[in-house]
Design a protein around this ligand. Structure first.
Ligand SMILES: [Zn+2]
Length: 554
């Protein structure tokens, strides 16, 4: 009932769009003002999501309800994006989302940080003098230059690559605790996602000091939270897949997005929000077709939430773009007969699934080997043969296997299970890793200024920056908040007291300043002085990147 209303509403709006020229002509006659400037930005990133995921998800949805011919994203598709890193054509989340957020191509593992030069492989020239410089992001620009509220909503853990790209800086995406510190100290107002294990007592104390209400595994509490600064974390690391979660205890991505928008939209100056459907990528790495489709459809509902808000609000830009493709999904794998394969035979094998392959892996590992068949048949709805059972025995990390460890030479259990199940469908995956296809782009702009055609990552960044009034403003911000300590404190007495954790003492005639990386304060003559931005310490070049204004304080 609700869904058909949404479809009707979308059609109605499409009708309005089609008749837009007539409406515009009228407004010109009445000399109405230009549409209001963009005040809010919502960037939605389905991680590792190839165009084929849309095709599969759309058929899966339609086959179960033929009134649902289109995805929420469909009316807004407008272009494609070429995703890659500074020195390789196939990207990873860290550099590709960095590019969207900072405008700079970077290397694999780099989180919104200027790449070290790779003279042989760099696709475009890079400046070796800038290697390791943190790069101000759209989120930081929105917060520091425009006083906007900021938010991150993810289903992975919050210091994972894509959210970290918005609010942290480092050359190694796996330094999760360090990135978690930076995100906390970067004063993000709303964070909803996984990762309770990354909040320690110090970070908890800092959040509290800023008036942030932190809810840990408490959906009821988060849902009814009224404050403007709320963090809601679920699970020690990533959140459960949408198909595996308990809806009473764990919110959907759409519910998390609704809560974030409800909170951030109270900001008078507007907001920046990044929403990531993080686990489309996880499922695609596992080649789990059911996981891919259900995670994407959960993401698509969040797209619907964002678009509904933007259409009503009239001052919100929405951009939907994956960071790269993962898994190389295809619909069909037949050499002949593909053109008469009925829709039922394509989709029926997915309808018996109740859980993702990740859930099946955990269930298999916590049960004896003789329960392989009932567990997999119940969770997937597909028939499991004796040959399948034998193959699972050989999975390298199947803890209930009756075989000796040296005989377990197959892939990891989740990959073995995925291969077994996907082989019973007409879907196919080309790789367990990322693949270099271009990604789709969708957008909503209240004045219709859409990013049409194919864009590079830096071009898409420039489009967003221009629309939100940050054009040419992030480079000066970078220069101002991420200056090298050698330049800022030239001529002063500087001593790095801990070159691993990043601690430094600077002395002038009048003052002593204690500086620590990954936080947004300094201690000046024993007194804590808060900063607008985080200090980033890079051990590779023994350099602190910090605000130029610190010099004045000395
Ligand atoms: Zn990714």
């Amino acid at each position: 009932m609700k869904r058909s209303f949404v479809t009707f509403a979308v059609c109605l709006l499409c009708g309005i769009l089609v008749s837009a020229p007539a409406v515009q002509a009228k407004s010109k006659a009445k000399k109405q003002p230009e549409p209001a400037q963009i005040k809010n930005v919502i960037v939605l990133i389905p991680d590792g999501c190839a165009p084929a995921v849309l095709s599969a998800s759309r058929w899966y949805q339609f086959y179960q309800d033929n009134s649902q011919q289109k995805l929420q994203i469909d009316p807004y598709l407008c272009g494609m994006v070429k995703t890659h890193s500074s020195n390789a054509p196939i990207g990873d989340s860290a550099p590709t989302s960095s590019t969207y957020m900072s405008g700079q191509l970077s290397r694999t593992k780099y989180i919104s940080m200027y790449p070290e030069q790779d003279p042989v492989n760099d696709i475009f020239p890079t400046d070796p003098a800038r290697a390791f410089q943190p790069l101000a992001t759209l989120l930081e620009g929105s917060r520091i230059l425009q006083n906007k509220a900021t938010g991150l909503v993810v289903t992975c853990y919050f210091p994972h690559a894509t959210p970290a790209d918005c609010a942290a800086h480092y050359y190694n995406r796996s330094a999760y605790q360090l990135l978690a510190r930076q995100i906390v100290y970067n004063n993000v107002d709303v964070v909803i996602g996984g990762g309770t294990s990354y909040i320690d007592e110090e970070l908890r104390g800092y959040l509290k000091s800023r008036g942030v209400a932190l809810y840990e595994d408490d959906w009821a509490g988060l849902k009814s939270a009224q404050g403007n600064r709320i963090w809601g974390l679920f699970s020690p690391k990533d959140m459960p897949y949408d198909a595996d979660r308990d809806p009473q205890l764990v919110p959907s991505l759409a519910e998390m997005t609704t809560k974030a928008i409800e909170t951030l939209s109270r900001s008078k100056e507007g907001f920046f929000l990044m929403v990531e459907g993080s686990k489309v990528d996880y499922a695609a790495h596992a080649n789990d077709i059911f996981g891919v489709v259900t995670e994407f459809l959960a993401f698509d509902k969040a797209v619907g939430v964002a678009m509904d808000f933007a259409r009503k609000d009239g001052q919100t830009l929405v951009v939907v773009v994956p960071d790269h493709c993962t898994g190389g999904l295809s619909l069909g794998k037949l050499n002949s007969g593909y053109d008469v394969l009925p829709l039922a035979r394509l989709i029926d094998p997915l309808l018996g699934y109740k859980h993702t392959v990740a859930w099946m892996k955990d269930a298999l590992n916590s049960a004896p080997a003789d329960s392989i068949v009932p567990i997999l048949q119940r969770a997937s709805g597909l028939p499991i043969t004796e040959a399948d059972v034998q193959r699972i025995y050989h999975a390298s990390d199947y803890s209930s296997s009756p075989l000796e460890r040296r005989e377990r030479t197959d892939l990891a259990l989740d990959r073995v299970v995925s291969e077994i199940l996907t082989a019973k469908t007409y879907f196919n995956f080309a790789a367990h890793g990322h693949v270099g296809d271009d990604v789709f782009l969708a957008a909503y702009h209240p004045a219709g200024k859409l990013p049409m055609g194919l864009h590079t990552g830096p071009e898409l960044h420039a489009y967003i920056a221009e629309q939100v009034g940050l054009k040419d403003r992030l480079a000066p911000l970078t220069a101002s908040i991420f200056a090298r300590h050698q330049d800022v404190f030239a001529g002063l007495d500087v001593e790095i007291t801990d070159d691993r954790a990043g601690k430094m003492v600077v002395k002038s005639d009048k003052h002593t300043m204690e500086i620590q990386g990954e936080c947004s304060y300094v201690i000046l003559d024993g007194q804590r002085k808060p900063l607008e931005s985080v200090i980033v310490y890079v051990d590779r070049n023994k350099t602190f990147y910090l605000p130029q204004e610190l010099r004045k304080m000395m």
